[in-house]
Design a protein. Structure first.
Length: 552
C-alpha cells in the first residue's frame, strides 16, 4: 500500500508534498537548504537551523534547536487518556493525561495547518528494536530534514522477519511550525508532545524540535508495549564478555554507565535502550545520542573520531567566535561552551563504534549492575543484592546531585528516578521490577549495587572512589569472584546491604565505608540521614501499595 494513501487514511494529510526515504546525504543538503525556525530567544521564525562544517557533506551536520527546547519538554509530554489505557499508564509530571476530545481536535488542526500551507514533509521508515520478536515499525513524518536524518542515524533500517509491519506501524507527525493554544487545544503551553496508544500516533505540535523527542517519545511507547509481551524494556547499557557472558548496567547521568560499559575487553550491545526477551539482550537503537559537554577526547575516542564522520549530527554546540560554521573543522569546536545549553548532544551510527556485538544483540545477562554515585559518602563501594533488594533499589533509582552544580545546592541532594529512567517508564514501576526479578531468577543472574561516588566523607570532604577500584569491583562481579561461597560478607548496620570483606585489586579497608571516615559517629549520622531519604521516597511513591517490599 502506498505511504501517501496510508497517511491520508490515518491523519488526513492530502495537500502536502512528501520527500520519502531520502539518503542521509540528501537529508544533509535538504536540512541546510530548508530547515527554518527560531534559534535565538529574540530571533525570527525563519532562521537557518542546520549548517555544514568545513568538511561539508563529509563531516557532521550542525543543528540548533528552538531556545525553549534544548532538552525534552517533560511538562509538555502527554498520552491520550483513552479508557482502555487509563488504568495502565503510569501518570506523572513527565507523562500527563490528555483529554481525548481535545486531542482529536488538536490533531485535526495540525493536519489542516499542514495541508493549508502545502507543507513539505520528510518521511523516513525505520524500526525500533533489533530483534524481530518485538521490533516495531516506526514512520517519521515531519517538517525538518534534520529530524528525518536523526531517525535514520538512531534506528535500525532493515530488520528481517518482522511480522505485520503495516498493522503494527507507529507514526510520528512532527510539526514545529504549528502553535498550540492552551484554551482551545487543552495543552499546557504552545507545545504538546502526545502519545496516542489507540491509533499508534506520536504527535509533536509546536516548537519541540530537540532531536531527543524523536527518540524518547517512541522509547516511552516501547516501555508500554514490551512488558505486555513479557519482555523487559530497560534504560541501561549492555555488553558481552569474551566468555559470552552478558551484562547490563543501569544508572542515571553521572554514575559512569557509558564509561563502564565501554570496556575494550567486552563487546557493546548498546549504551541506552535495551530489551530483554526470551532470546536474550538486544538494542532498541542503531545509533548513539551522546552528551558532548566537556567531552574528554582521550577518554572517549570513539565519539571524538565520529565528530568528523559523514552523516553524524551535532546539536547546539555554538560556532567559534567570529567564524562561520562552514569554516570550522568539527574537531576544533569548543565542547566546553555552555552558552546555548549544558545539554549539547551528538548523534552517530552504532557502526562508528568498532566494538559492537553482531546485530547489536547478545545472550541473557549473567550480571546486573545498579550504578549509583553517592555524594553523601555513606553507601558501600559494592554490595551484592538479593531478589527483594534488587526490586527495592531498582524502583528507587537513587543517585545524588553535587553541591555547586545548581544554584542554591550547597550540599549533596538525593535524586530518585524509578527504574533508572522514570520519565520514559509508561507502565507502573513494579511491572518492570517484577519482570527484572523473574528474569534474574530464571537465568540465575547476579546483581550488585555499585557505588561510583564518594568515600571517606561527603563531596567536598571525602574523595571520589577511584575508577581503578570501581573497575576492579565490577570485574570481580563479572568474573563471579563476589558470588556466594567465594568471599566472606558483612551486613551494613543501617542499609542492611551485604558487603564483601575482600575483593581482588581493592584495599579491604574501603569496602566498609564506615572505616573510611575519620569520625565514625558522623558517618552513622550521615548514613541514617540518607536512609531517611530512601524511606521518604518509598513512602511518597506508595511503592508498598504496589507490592514492593521495604528493605531498609
Amino acid at each position: 500500500m502506498d505511504f501517501r494513501h496510508d497517511l491520508e487514511q490515518l491523519l488526513g494529510l492530502k495537500d502536502v508534498d512528501y520527500k520519502y526515504g531520502l539518503t542521509k546525504e540528501q537529508l544533509f543538503e535538504e536540512a541546510i537548504a530548508n530547515d527554518r525556525g527560531r534559534t535565538r530567544k529574540d530571533g525570527g521564525s525563519a532562521e537557518q537551523k542546520a549548517f555544514s562544517t568545513k568538511l561539508g557533506p563529509q563531516g557532521p551536520l550542525v543543528y540548533y534547536t528552538d531556545p525553549d527546547c534544548t532538552g525534552r519538554r517533560v511538562r509538555d509530554t502527554f498520552a491520550v487518556a483513552w479508557p482502555e489505557v487509563d488504568g495502565e499508564v503510569w501518570w506523572k509530571d513527565d507523562l500527563q493525561k490528555y483529554d481525548p476530545d481535545h486531542y482529536q481536535g488538536l490533531l485535526k488542526r495540525v493536519v489542516a495547518h499542514l495541508n493549508e500551507k502545502k507543507a513539505t514533509l520528510y518521511v523516513k521508515d525505520v524500526f525500533v528494536g533489533s530483534d524481530p520478536a518485538y521490533s516495531l515499525p516506526y514512520r517519521f513524518v515531519g517538517e525538518y530534514a534534520t529530524h528525518a536524518m536523526f531517525a535514520h542515524n538512531m534506528f535500525p533500517k532493515d530488520v528481517e522477519g518482522v511480522k505485520d509491519v503495516e498493522a503494527r506501524r507507529w507514526t510520528m507527525l512532527n510539526a514545529p511550525s504549528f502553535t498550540c493554544e492552551p484554551e482551545r487545544d487543552g495543552s499546557r503551553s504552545e507545545v504538546a508532545i502526545i502519545i496516542d496508544f489507540r491509533n499508534r500516533i506520536c504527535l509533536v505540535a509546536g516548537r519541540a524540535d530537540y532531536n531527543g523527542v524523536v527518540k524518547k517519545t517512541i522509547f516511552t511507547v516501547m516501555n508500554f508495549l514490551l512488558p505486555q509481551q513479557g519482555y523487559l524494556s530497560m534504560h541501561c547499557s549492555a555488553n558481552i564478555g569474551k566468555q559470552g557472558d552478558g551484562a547490563i548496567l543501569f544508572g542515571l547521568s553521572g554514575t559512569g554507565k557509558t564509561t563502564l560499559s565501554a570496556d575494550p575487553d567486552r563487546e557493546l550491545i548498546g549504551d541506552d535502550e535495551t530489551a530483554w526477551t526470551e532470546h536474550g539482550l538486544s538494542n532498541l537503537e542503531d545509533g548513539c545520542y551522546a552528551k558532548l559537554i566537556d567531552l574528554n577526547k582521550e577518554a572517549e575516542p570513539v565519539i571524538a573520531a565520529a565528530l568528523s564522520l559523514p552523516g553524524t549530527l551535532v546539536e547546539n554546540v555554538p560556532p567559534l567566535p567570529n567564524q562561520a560554521m562552514n569554516e570550522i573543522d568539527p574537531q576544533n569546536l569548543d565542547l566546553t561552551d555552555r552558552s546555548i545549553t549544558e545539554n549539547t548532544r551528538f548523534s552517530y551510527p552504532l557502526s562508528a563504534n568498532p566494538g559492537v556485538a553482531a546485530g547489536a544483540r547478545g545472550p541473557h545477562p549473567q550480571t546486573i549492575v545498579l550504578l549509583t554515585a553517592d555524594a553523601f559518602g555513606v553507601l558501600p563501594p559494592v554490595a551484592v543484592l538479593s531478589g527483594k533488594e534488587v526490586m527495592y533499589h531498582f524502583v528507587s533509582g537513587f543517585t545524588s546531585k553535587l553541591a555547586g552544580t545548581e544554584v542554591g545546592v550547597t550540599e549533596p541532594q538525593a535524586a530518585f528516578s524509578a527504574c533508572f529512567g522514570a520519565p520514559f517508564m509508561s507502565q507502573k514501576p513494579p511491572v518492570y521490577a517484577q519482570l527484572l526479578k523473574k528474569k534474574m531468577e530464571q537465568h540465575e543472574a547476579r546483581c550488585i549495587l555499585l557505588n561510583t561516588g564518594w568515600s571517606g566523607g561527603a563531596y567536598g570532604t571525602g574523595k571520589r572512589i577511584s575508577i581503578q577500584h570501581t573497575r576492579a569491583l565490577l570485574n570481580a562481579a563479572l568474573n563471579g569472584d563476589l558470588d556466594e561461597g567465594k568471599v566472606e560478607f558483612e551486613e551494613h548496620p543501617v542499609f542492611h546491604l551485604r558487603m564483601p570483606k575482600s575483593c581482588p585489586g581493592v584495599p579491604a579497608e574501603i569496602l566498609n565505608p564506615r572505616n573510611t571516615w575519620a569520625d565514625p559517629a558522623a558517618y552513622d549520622q550521615a548514613a541514617e540521614k540518607l536512609r531517611g531519604m530512601f524511606r521518604d521516597n518509598f513512602e511518597k511513591k506508595s511503592f508498598a501499595d504496589l507490592g514492593i517490599e521495604a528493605v531498609m
